[in-house]
Design a protein around this ligand. Structure first.
Ligand SMILES: O=C(O)CCC(=O)C(=O)O
Length: 217
């Protein structure tokens, strides 16, 4: 499918934002290269609407132990338009990915009980570059660290990497995510760094939406 005219126009109009994005994507002591967070990507009212839509969809049901749902193909209609259309996102993405269509075709919903997180991992290589995550309901701290060889093998479809021995975990970069914040992982941040959330860094119930694009068969 060709990128839409609206998307191409958004890309053409986005020089200033792209410059800012490139500066941030250049990496620093506090961010892996290719990581970016867009604060308040959606506001509180829209976040409430999305959370209500997720509840109504029945995709997650903590009572029944359904804390994760994954869907492929058409993205749900209740996603914030800013996310599904890609128009507000385009300026923040590497050009090659910003112009692809569809931008994303896989969604994961995660619901976290208080004091549960997600193991440090690199997303599977069967997904293309650029993964975005929208954080909802409560704040958490996500941590990033250089991936070990075992974690890279796991991303390529190998065995689950063993947890680092106490005291042997690589130094982590920590980023606070508030409800409504969107983070973007591309390049090094997507392929060479792990991301995860320690249980103590997510103290209240939280929901996240992750969007990815499957690699062609
Ligand atoms: O909750 C998040 O924001 C992270 C989700 C994630 O990394 C995943 O589902 O692979």
């Amino acid at each position: 499918m060709e990128p839409s005219a609206a998307l191409l126009a958004a890309l053409a109009d986005s020089d200033d934002e792209a410059a800012e994005t490139n500066a941030e994507a250049a990496g620093s002591a506090s961010h892996p290269l290719g990581f970016k967070v867009i604060r308040e990507f959606i506001g509180a009212a829209e976040a409430d609407r999305v959370v209500a839509s997720i509840a109504a969809s029945g995709l997650l049901d903590a009572g029944a132990g359904r804390n994760q749902a994954m869907r492929f193909g058409q993205l749900p209609a209740w996603l914030p338009g800013a996310l599904s259309s890609g128009l507000q996102l385009a300026a923040h993405l590497p050009l090659t990915q910003a112009a692809r269509a569809p931008l994303f075709d896989a969604i994961i919903l995660n619901s976290y009980a208080p004091r549960t997180g997600i193991t440090d991992h690199v997303d599977l290589l069967r997904f293309e570059d650029v993964v975005v995550g929208l954080s909802l309901v409560s704040a958490c701290t996500m941590r990033f660290a250089r991936a070990s060889a075992a974690q890279l093998r796991q991303a390529a479809g190998g065995d689950v990497a063993p947890a680092a021995a106490p005291g042997e975990a690589p130094p982590a970069v920590r980023v606070r995510l508030n409800p409504g914040d969107l983070y973007i992982l591309s390049g090094e941040a997507r392929y060479e760094w792990t991301h995860g959330i320690a249980p103590e860094d997510s103290t209240e119930q939280r929901i996240s939406i992750t969007l990815r694009k499957l690699c062609p068969e």
